[in-house]
Write a protein that binds this ligand. Structure first.
Ligand code: DC
Length: 224
């Protein structure tokens, strides 16, 4: 069984996907973390020219970038890039500010979509992202499309980062979220959009437990 969870940035898709996978005993994959890992590679390897990504160099290097996802029940995915665990660096603002641009490169998407499909071959899976129900798994058994008010999303992300000890500015986060919404929905390749057969889940006024209960109910509805 494949459950695809797409939606806007910082809507808590990953938390929902992780908890739902743990509840169902499915594999959970955070596809955004893969795009973030490639963005980190760009930063680590100085592939920026005048603040723009040196796309030609990145595309040439793609075969050398090995991404592995380590999965533990109800835990954040651990992302290994060329043997190094890079998970703790993937939410840095530097990465967040660049990731939409990296995700718009067709060759990057091609590489990551193929890894994502491969991961589903031998097991039931819950995967979250932007194009999971539209491109990666158009025949997914259940598709959810998650949205929430932008200010609420920024508040949640701000609190999460403060708890981690990151001294970040609320307005920077809000503007990053708004910019990513625009970039994700307007890019030419695999833009964020609700699949026709996806169920919309607006969690602006739902807590994590309520949103999980709703998702479990949708899974149960499949069985009837
Ligand atoms: O879910 P996230 O915020 O970690 O995703 C990071 C970025 O990666 C986001 O700006 C859009 C992109 N992304 C994508 O284009 N396709 C996916 N399947 C997942 C993420």
């Amino acid at each position: 069984m494949i459950i695809a969870i797409d939606g806007f940035s910082s809507t808590g898709k990953s938390t929902l996907a992780r908890q739902l996978a743990a509840h169902l005993n499915f594999l959970y994959i955070d596809s955004g973390a893969m795009y973030r890992a490639i963005s980190l590679y760009v930063i680590q390897n100085d592939m920026l020219i005048d603040f723009m990504i040196d796309k030609a160099s990145l595309i040439k290097s793609l075969p050398d970038i090995k991404i592995d996802i380590r999965h533990e029940r109800d835990k954040e995915n651990q992302v290994m890039m060329n043997g190094e665990n890079v998970t703790s660096q993937l939410r840095d603002m530097k990465v967040s500010n660049m990731v939409s641009e990296v995700a718009a490169i067709p060759e990057v998407r091609e590489k990551l979509v193929s890894i994502q499909r491969e991961l589903s071959r031998s097991t039931d899976i819950v995967m979250d992202g932007r194009d999971i129900g539209t491109v990666v798994f158009p025949h997914a058994d259940l598709k959810l499309f998650v949205k929430a008010d932008a200010r609420i999303r920024a508040e949640r992300r701000w609190m999460e980062m403060r708890e981690k000890g990151d001294d970040v500015d609320f307005d920077d986060i809000l503007s990053n979220i708004k910019q990513r919404d625009i970039k994700d929905t307007t890019r030419k390749i695999a833009p964020l959009k609700k699949a026709d057969d996806a169920i919309e889940l607006d969690n602006t006024s739902l807590d994590k437990k309520q949103q999980l209960d709703l998702a479990i109910q949708y899974v149960n509805d499949l069985k009837h």
